[in-house]
Structure formats: structure tokens, C-alpha cells
Design a protein around this ligand. Structure first.
Ligand code: NAD
Length: 487
């Protein structure tokens, strides 16, 4: 580690901000540690209102030039960024794993290819973005998507580069400039992205990255009058704070928030598939917004489901996320371990039973946990834990299944396991959820709208929905030739 750089997994990472195409240091730093062993891995510039203001100013200066850049040229540069991500895929995967503790094999095979795809997809979508003209009493309506201006993008630590680029790519494709604020628990790959975008020829100031604690730098970004869009992925309390800050300027917001999603297992389901889907919810040590953490199982098959689940879950290997054989890695931070354990302790004290787990492991590892005998109105059923903790409740019949599924303040996703397509259709129609998966999980296409209802968020990301958010939509109405207004 030197003053402005650190070497992680053999990769040198600049630990300063990236503002107006320059590296900028703050007088103070914060320590970034690896969840794998708690060891410090970087001293990161600790941004304040000064750097936030400088980044927004740089984005404002760069905006007219980037907005005027042709769609084809913007798309070309986004593809060049994707090339850079692919070229440095191994480095990005290794650094991300040390920084946030998610599995190296997932970063290599799923997450980082997806990062590149984020850029390619929105580059290509931009070129097809159009709305069919339509006529009104002989006049032509022509809809266009105009770049909005500087956008502030604030992202969490559970899938740092994937979630950041899911916003950065459409914002840039749309012709906006960006200030990205990555999470303080996983700041490193965003810094590598800065290098990649510079190598790809993205003009200075089009993408700016400021590091730091949300509580210290957040307000200066979200209440800035020159910011035209705020897109946030994170927790509900932070979202409330950001929405209040944005209210001063009525800055449009997109919020992708937490969840408490259900997995409904009907008696007619392929039970082995249902068990696979349930065990998959421990991925990324349960630190997934979409995770179906509430297993709702029809009474008739609950005992058999539980037996198979326990057999399957007990084969999971928890350990170093860099090992190919590991299934579950560590939790992001000691504070998160304590938070998870607090939820579990209170649930046990309230009468829940731990079928498996129910306690922390060594260091930052939390044992995969399944709790039964939980009440619908209890904290463990109603609140997002964001750790490897699932609850199991039983139901009898569709009405009760739907009632339990919908009875939280969230509405991000729902998963159904059933052998009856008509039941799937009936139940899906009654669920409150931005995404419903039937006999599958986590299949996501960037063409599809993604987001949540109720406290899971506001707005949708993906395909044209992303451009609708990041642009000012304009309808131009043109009179036919020779037309005269007759009052
Ligand atoms: P968080 O809300 O604590 O932090 C998210 C980001 O907000 C960080 O970059 C943080 O620095 C910043 N922040 C904190 N205070 C701020 C403030 N006052 N102003 C501006 N920014 C501020 O969330 P987290 O713990 O990092 O992430 C976990 C949460 O994110 C979970 O609730 C999870 O469900 C949610 N999440 C949602 C999705 C989704 O797509 N719906 C995806 C991933 C994670």
C-alpha cells in the first residue's frame, strides 16, 4: 500500500477519486478491509462536499460535449469500455473477490461478463431506440429521448461493479455525464473502471467517481442543484434520506431497494427443483436483494421438503471465496455479522427453531441458517436480514400462500415452484412483485424491466425503461405542410 495506490491480488488500484479525468486525493482516507480475513487492503480517499462539488462541476462541464456526441460514437466508446472490461476480466474478478468476499468463480463466469454486457447492451439498445411516429388530426407526433444532464449514481457493496455499471452504462449511453459514488465497503473495482473508461477514450469529466462514506459525501451529491437524475441502489433508510435531499430540487429519482421475497412451494412442484431453488438463496452469503428468504411450503410436502433441504444444505461448503470448491463466502463486514446475528438471536428468543445454523462461524462467516416456528408478524419474517438466513412457514391452499407472500412492506420479487402452469398464472396475477420467477430463479434479461413495488423501490431499470429514466422525453408535434390554425 502506498499513499495513493494499493496492490490487491497482484493488481495495482488507485485509491483516489476520479474527477474531470484526473486523480484527486482527499486530505483524509478511510481503511478498506477484505471480508475474507479482515485484513486492510487500501487507504481510500475520504470524500467530502468539496470533492462532491468538484465532481458535479466536472460532469456539468463535460455534459454539452458528450450530449452532442453522435449516438454511433457513444455506442462505439461503450463497446470499447466493454472490450476493456473483458481484457481485464481476471483482474476485476480477483480484486472484487478480495474486496467484497463474493465467490471468485461467480465473478469470473457470471458477474464480470455481465459488467461487459451492461455496456454492450445499452450501446446497442441506444441505436435501436425509437418510438413510432403517430398522427393527430394530420399532425405528426415524434418522440425523442434527450440527455438529461449530470446524474448521481449511488451503489451498494453486494455486487459492486455489476450494479454500478447497470446504471453507468445506460446513463452514458443516453448522453448524460455521471458522478458515481461506490459503497465504502467495496470501493476498488470502480477505480479500475475509471482506468478502463479512460483507455477506451471516454472524454474527461463524462464519468467521475468519488469515494467516501455516504453519510459524509451523500448530501452534497443528492441535494446539488446541477444534478438532473439520482439513481440509488441500497437500503430503505438511506433511500428515505436521499429522497428528502432530492426533494429540494425535485430531482427525479430511481430507487432499487431491499426485499423480503418469498419462494412458494406448492405440493405439485418438482420437490428436488424446489429444494435447489431454496438452497440457491444462500448465494453470496444471502447478501442479495432478490433473495427469496421466506420459504413458504404447502403443508402436505413441508416435512419432505425440509428433510431434502437439510440434506442438500448440509453439503454446502463455506470458506475462502477464492477456492473453486467454496459455495458460500464471508459476510461483508463485522458490523453486518453482528446485525445478522442480532436478527437470529431475537428470532430464537421469540420462539423460532434453528433447523440448521443459527450462529456465526469464525471471522466474518455466518453459518447458513434455516429458522422455523416463526410468526408472520415477527421481525425475522418482516425485515430484510441480508445474510444467509431463511425462514420456513407452511400454508394450505393458494389463498393463504398469496396472503403470506404479499404480507410484508416489500415487493421486489417472488419465486414459484409448481407443476401446474394454470396455478402459476393465477398466483402470479395476485402477487405484488417486480419480478416473478416460475420454476427458476435469477434469470434476468436487460431488456426486461427490473425493480420493486412498495418499499422495494421506485421505477424500473432495463431496456427502454432505463432510457425513459435517464432522458428527458420529448414529443414534437409538427403540422402538415400548408396547415393554418383556424382557432
Ligand atoms: P446502504 O443504503 O447502506 O448504502 C448504499 C449506498 O448508499 C452506499 O454507497 C452508501 O455509501 C450510500 N449512502 C449511505 N448514506 C447515504 C446518504 N446519506 N446519502 C447518499 N448516499 C448514502 O445499503 P448497503 O448496505 O450498501 O446495501 C444493501 C442494501 O441494498 C440492501 O437493503 C439490499 O437489499 C439493497 N440492494 C438492492 C438491490 C436492488 O436492485 N433492489 C440490489 C442490491 C442491493
Amino acid at each position: 500500500m502506498s499513499e495513493h495506490r494499493t496492490t490487491v491480488a497482484g493488481v495495482t488500484v488507485d485509491t483516489r477519486h476520479w474527477i474531470g479525468g484526473q486523480r484527486v486525493a482527499s486530505p483524509r482516507t478511510f481503511t478498506d478491509a477484505s471480508p475474507i480475513d479482515g485484513a486492510p487492503i487500501g487507504e481510500i480517499s475520504r470524500g467530502t462536499a468539496t470533492e462532491a462539488g468538484a465532481a458535479v462541476a466536472a460532469a456539468k462541464v463535460a455534459f454539452p460535449g458528450w450530449a452532442a456526441t453522435s449516438r454511433a460514437e457513444r455506442a462505439r466508446i461503450l463497446h470499447a469500455i466493454a472490450d476493456g472490461v473483458e481484457k481485464r476480466l481476471e483482474e476485476l474478478a480477483n480484486v472484487e473477490t478480495v474486496d467484497n468476499g463474493a465467490l471468485l468463480r461467480s465473478h469470473r463466469r457470471g458477474v464480470m461478463p455481465r459488467v461487459a454486457h451492461n455496456f454492450r447492451f445499452f450501446a446497442d439498445w441506444l441505436l435501436t431506440l425509437e418510438h413510432e411516429d403517430f398522427a393527430t388530426r394530420g399532425h405528426t407526433n415524434h418522440v425523442t429521448w434527450d440527455p438529461a444532464g449530470p446524474c448521481v449514481l449511488i451503489t451498494p457493496w453486494n455486487a459492486p461493479l455489476m450494479l454500478a455499471t447497470w446504471k453507468v452504462a445506460p446513463a452514458l449511453a443516453a448522453g448524460n455525464t455521471v458522478v458515481l459514488k461506490p459503497a465504502e465497503w467495496s470501493p476498488l473495482t470502480a477505480s479500475l473502471l475509471a482506468d478502463i473508461t479512460a483507455e477506451a477514450g471516454l472524454p474527461a469529466g463524462v464519468l467521475n467517481i468519488v469515494q467516501g462514506y455516504g453519510s459524509e459525501i451523500g448530501d452534497a451529491l443528492t441535494s446539488h442543484p446541477d444534478v438532473r437524475r439520482i439513481s440509488f441502489t441500497g437500503s430503505v433508510p438511506t433511500a428515505r434520506h436521499i429522497a428528502a435531499a432530492a426533494a429540494a430540487n425535485l430531482t427525479p429519482l430511481s430507487l432499487e431497494l431491499g426485499g423480503k421475497s418469498p419462494l412458494l412451494v406448492f405440493a405439485d412442484a418438482d420437490l428436488d427443483l424446489a429444494v435447489d431453488l431454496a438452497v440457491e438463496q444462500y448465494d453470496n452469503a444471502g447478501q442479495v436483494c432478490l433473495a427469496a428468504t421466506r420459504l413458504l411450503v404447502e403443508e402436505a410436502v413441508a416435512e419432505e421438503f425440509t428433510r431434502r433441504f437439510v440434506a442438500r444444505a448440509s453439503r454446502l461448503r463455506q470458506g475462502d471465496p477464492r477456492e473453486e470448491s467454496t459455495d458460500i463466502g464471508p459476510t461483508i463486514h463485522p458490523r453486518q455479522v453482528a446485525k445478522i446475528d442480532g436478527f437470529v438471536r431475537r428470532a430464537l428468543a421469540a420462539g423460532a427453531r434453528a433447523v440448521i445454523g443459527g450462529h456465526p462461524g469464525e471471522g466474518q462467516y455466518y453459518a447458513p441458517t434455516l429458522l422455523t416456528d416463526v410468526r408472520q408478524d415477527s421481525e425475522i419474517v418482516q425485515e430484510e436480514v441480508f445474510g444467509p438466513v431463511l425462514t420456513l412457514q407452511t400454508f394450505s391452499g393458494e389463498d393463504e400462500a398469496v396472503h403470506l407472500a404479499n404480507d410484508t412492506r416489500f415487493g421486489l420479487a417472488a419465486t414459484l415452484a409448481t407443476g401446474d402452469p394454470e396455478r402459476a398464472e393465477r398466483v402470479t396475477a395476485r402477487l405484488v412483485a417486480g419480478t416473478v420467477w416460475v420454476n427458476c430463479f435469477f434469470v434476468r434479461d436487460l431488456k426486461a424491466p427490473f425493480g420493486g413495488s412498495r418499499h422495494s423501490g421506485i421505477g424500473r431499470e432495463g431496456g427502454t425503461w432505463s432510457f425513459d429514466f435517464y432522458c428527458d422525453l420529448k414529443n414534437t408535434v409538427t403540422a402538415p405542410k400548408g396547415w393554418r390554425h383556424h382557432g
